[in-house]
Ligand binder design. Structure first.
Ligand SMILES: [Zn+2]
Length: 133
């Protein structure tokens, strides 16, 4: 950031814009999109938050709310569990079956067949792998 002439528009980030920005964030927009939405560059609210504690905490609240909205809008599944730390039964189930499926595919280097679920018993090696000498 060089701060040349005309690059200090922080004063244009007035109450109205702030509120619009916070609303946009609270509705689930990414910070970048919310800034574009109200016609400012992303660094303006970020810079503002560093000096204005009230705005910083309002922004934090808006982000939490927006994140929750985004998370709620997502489908439950493995990614939801991993990325959103969701512990909804659907997500837990997806993780369980996903991991089991992966284990099976790794154990046998063949396409897994759903009707052929065998117990995973590791065969004994025919010879001791390490001989004491
Ligand atoms: Zn979920």
């Amino acid at each position: 950031m060089t701060g040349g002439p005309g690059s200090g528009p922080a004063h244009r980030f007035n109450d109205q814009l702030r509120q619009q920005y916070l609303d946009a964030v609270a509705e689930g927009m990414r910070l970048q999109d919310a800034a574009a939405h109200v016609g400012i560059s992303l660094n303006i609210p970020q810079r503002h938050a560093r000096t204005d504690n009230a705005f910083a905490s309002a922004l934090q609240q808006a982000r939490a709310q927006g994140k929750k909205l985004r998370d709620d809008a997502k489908e439950h599944g493995e990614a939801h569990y991993n990325n959103q730390h969701c512990r909804h039964p659907k997500c837990v189930e997806a993780i369980r079956t996903g991991r089991a499926g992966r284990r099976e595919r790794e154990a046998e280097d063949q396409p897994a067949e759903l009707h052929d679920i065998r117990p995973q018993i590791a065969p004994e090696p025919p010879f001791p792998l390490a001989r004491a000498s």
